[in-house]
Ligand binder design. Structure first.
Ligand code: UDP
Length: 283
């Protein structure tokens, strides 16, 4: 049998198709396209079950999550767009994506954030005996995360961890270290688009069964950076919470990102209407 390392992308997808199709692939009703990005229409529980099946199906798989800023970034960055298109699962990290789905006439069951899946996968990994590797954030943050997780989940198998500050030419050795650790799951918290690109380029080399890009989650779960209160999360205002904490770094990202997101969704709505009118005219 070929090792996961030597599998091509096509083979990876073929590996998925060994399992019953309804378990691993999305039917048209199970996805919503937002500005050219396929978003899986799954609840949080369904996402976890899908991941569990991916883990046991063989090969290497990955999941990405999207918010308004990432959708806009992907519309201008073909590498990011390709990494999202190749992901086995993509879910809505931001409420804006759930609202956008409604505006284009579709419904997403719920928001499925990277940080929530991260925390619930840690519980499942503890229960199943899957080993985990943490890649990303500053050294003190990833250390604090590991310390906190050892206290919270004493039976969690931690294969290793590494901070997310390294040069591109070190990627091979980082992926090699993950491979040698024999980790089953890999969590990458290097911000976007770095984490999506890194996973896309190094997944096979790292040889993990499943990888997930989790943005700033190590900083939050370690307890170093507070997450927005639940009401702000529900109201789709998590970005505002972050903006208030780090206005200088983030104002441009959110002002430009959120405005362009509205523009992209308006474009999709108008195109959908024009296409429907054209079809009505032809019939
Ligand atoms: N980060 C990293 N390597 C880098 C840049 C950032 O590991 O080269 C980490 C950073 O320390 C933080 C995380 O990536 O923990 C998320 O960063 P950011 O808030 O910029 O990303 P977002 O969550 O908005 O995608």
């Amino acid at each position: 049998m070929k090792s996961a390392e030597s599998k091509s992308e096509a083979e990876r997808h073929e590996a998925n198709s060994d399992s019953p199709p309804h378990l691993l692939t999305s039917s048209p009703l199970q996805k919503v396209v937002i500005a050219g990005i396929r978003v899986d229409n799954l609840s949080e529980d369904e996402t976890l079950d899908r991941i569990e099946r991916l883990v046991s199906s063989g090969g290497s798989h990955y999941m990405a999550v999207v918010n308004a800023v990432k959708v806009v970034a992907a519309s201008r960055d073909s590498e990011l767009m390709r990494a999202l298109a190749k992901a086995d699962l993509v879910t809505a990290d931001g409420m804006s994506v759930v609202w956008a789905a409604r505006l284009v006439g579709r419904r997403l069951k719920e928001r499925v954030t990277g940080i929530d899946i991260f925390e619930r996968l840690l519980e499942r990994a503890t229960a199943r005996g899957w080993s985990v590797y943490f890649l990303g954030a500053r050294e003190h943050a990833v250390e604090a995360l590991v310390e906190r997780l050892i206290a919270r989940h004493p039976r969690l198998r931690i294969a290793g961890y590494r901070n997310g500050y390294f040069e591109t030419n070190e990627s091979d050795s980082v992926a090699g270290a993950i491979k040698r650790s024999s980790a089953d799951l890999l969590f990458v918290a290097m911000g976007s688009p770095a984490q999506e690109r890194w996973i896309d380029e190094n997944l096979e080399k790292a040889g993990v069964k499943f990888a997930l890009g989790v943005g700033g989650s190590f900083d939050h779960v370690s307890g170093l950076v507070p997450r927005a209160p639940a009401w702000m999360q529900r109201a789709g205002l998590e970005w505002l919470h972050r903006l208030v904490r780090e206005p200088r770094r983030l104002w441009r990202r959110y002002l430009v990102g959120n405005t362009l997101f509205i523009f992209l969704i308006a474009k999709q709505i108008i195109k959908g209407k024009t296409d429907r009118d054209a079809m009505a005219g032809n019939s």
